[in-house]
Design a protein around this ligand. Structure first.
Ligand SMILES: Cc1cc2nc3c(=O)[nH]c(=O)nc-3n(C[C@H](O)[C@H](O)[C@H](O)COP(=O)(O)O)c2cc1C
Length: 181
């Protein structure tokens, strides 16, 4: 369907042993039940992005931008590293510009305080990239939503927040469409 929304669920961490794939899979499973958009996992790690400016990185930078161009909106899966987002996510954000503009985004974060500090940093960056970040923000606790900080066992209370966040991301992604055409 030409009008269909495509939402990328962006895994924001790349280290070996990361938990972001578990969190992203959970969000996608919830999202896929809604039948209101096409959701796909977008794993930064698979793009092997060098740091912005690397003269040998053109193919990777282009592949990343091409992927972003196919998407109407985003859900960022955000790990908190040193009270901010990961370096990998910051670099991925920096490696595109127009491709982010006039799209909507939700944030699902995790950390010892639900990843709240990282999420707030991300909101500032998204403003500069003209991405409209929605209010509802599921925050996952490393203590309460993971076993041994590694196996994701989300509490049931997060389900409603994920769905309301997706309602907002889809509504704004659709509303901003005329500005992207
Ligand atoms: C370099 C580094 C810094 C971290 N700093 C914080 C922090 O400031 N606050 C916090 O709540 N958790 C912090 N953590 C814990 C991470 O949030 C936790 O390990 C989480 O699982 C990381 O996400 P990932 O497994 O997807 O990489 C840090 C972890 C790493 C590797």
């Amino acid at each position: 369907m030409a009008n269909e929304l495509k939402i990328g669920i962006i895994l924001g961490s790349t280290r070996p042993g990361r938990v972001s794939p578990q969190v992203g899979k959970w969000v996608k499973e919830i999202a896929d039940k809604r039948n209101d958009a096409t959701y796909e996992i977008v794993d930064i790690r698979t793009f092997n992005l060098p740091f912005l400016g690397d003269p040998d990185g053109e193919a990777q930078f282009n592949a990343w931008k091409e992927k972003l161009n196919t998407l109407d909106g985003f859900v960022f899966i955000v790990a908190e590293y040193n009270h901010s987002i990961t370096g990998a996510l910051k670099n991925a954000l920096d490696c595109a510009r127009d491709e982010w503009n006039n799209k909507a985004a939700g944030i699902v974060s995790y950390g010892s305080t639900g990843g709240a500090r990282a999420a707030e940093h991300l909101r500032g960056i998204l403003g500069e990239l003209s991405v409209a970040d929605v209010r509802i923000h599921p925050t996952l606790s490393l203590f309460l939503d993971f076993e041994n900080f590694t196996t994701f066992k989300p509490q049931a209370l997060h389900l409603d927040n994920v769905n309301i966040m997706l309602d907002q991301v889809n509504a704004w992604s659709r509303a901003l469409k005329p500005l992207r055409n």
